[in-house]
Design a protein around this ligand. Structure first.
Ligand code: PGA
Length: 240
């Protein structure tokens, strides 16, 4: 694992957008593992800008999102379906709809939905580049502390820390869903290349734990030490 401080959030976001763009333009049938959250917003803005400037063909690009809140419909403004439409798929409307995958948080049978999603990743994968943020508690996707390293896509109970951190996107804490469907640590681990981004002081502690270099189930991101191809980019504030 290589941890690099790219100074500012803006520089790091542009750098990662270029990496995604290069993957797309060099391999038009790439599979991208995409994350949501505040960390990714500038990355995706820059990516859309690059796609637009280059009129890039993305018709064969397949995408798998990491997670979705349970109980939020696709058009709920805080659902990750909505986030992706708003930030990438509407501004650059050339992706093939049937190649865009986000777990369905309102599926009648959530366990069955998690299994369906995992099978689809296994069938279509491996993911070429998986982008990750990191939670203040060290989670990746919604894999909260204590998640087994061999977990597939599964239904997750969100921790207090995550509910509190994500309440900034909702009117109040009570509105934050208590569960999500998330790719598991094992699903994430199958990607060929992983890029994790961490910005701001609130991520510094998680980054400290990651930098210690020990694999620790209480800090799920530390499993990435066992993956052969992981890059981590941070800004000054998140650098331990
Ligand atoms: P954030 O979330 O980008 O909104 O900080 C990251 C995460 O919880 O994984």
């Amino acid at each position: 694992m290589k941890i690099t401080n790219l100074g500012s959030r803006d520089h790091a976001s542009f750098y990662v957008a270029c990496e995604l763009f290069n993957q797309i333009s060099e391999q038009p049938k790439s599979i991208l593992g995409l994350a949501t959250g505040g960390t990714m917003i500038e990355v995706y803005h820059y990516l859309v800008e690059l796609l637009l400037k280059n009129k890039q063909d993305v018709s064969q690009i397949e995408t798998f999102n990491l997670d979705e809140y349970v109980g939020l419909s696709q058009d709920h403004p805080e659902s990750y379906h909505h986030y992706m439409q708003d930030i990438i798929f509407n501004p650059y409307p050339h992706f093939s709809k049937d190649l865009i995958h986000v777990p369905n948080g309102v599926a009648p049978d959530l366990e069955e939905e998690a299994e369906r999603y995992e099978s689809l990743i296994n069938q279509q994968g491996p993911v070429d580049i998986q982008i990750l943020g990191i939670g203040e508690n060290g989670h990746i996707g919604f894999n909260e502390p204590g998640t087994p390293f061999d977990s597939p896509t599964h239904v997750v109970d969100l921790t207090e820390s995550t509910i509190k951190a994500n309440s900034r996107y909702f009117d109040n804490e009570a509105e934050v869903p208590k569960q999500a469907i998330s790719m598991g640590l094992n699903s994430i681990f199958k990607a060929k290349r992983i890029i994790l981004l961490a910005f701001g002081k609130s991520k510094r502690e998680a980054m400290m734990r990651l930098q210690e270099g020990k694999v620790n189930p209480d800090v799920p991101a530390t499993i990435l030490h066992e993956h052969p191809n992981v890059e981590v980019y941070v800004d000054d504030e998140a650098m331990p």
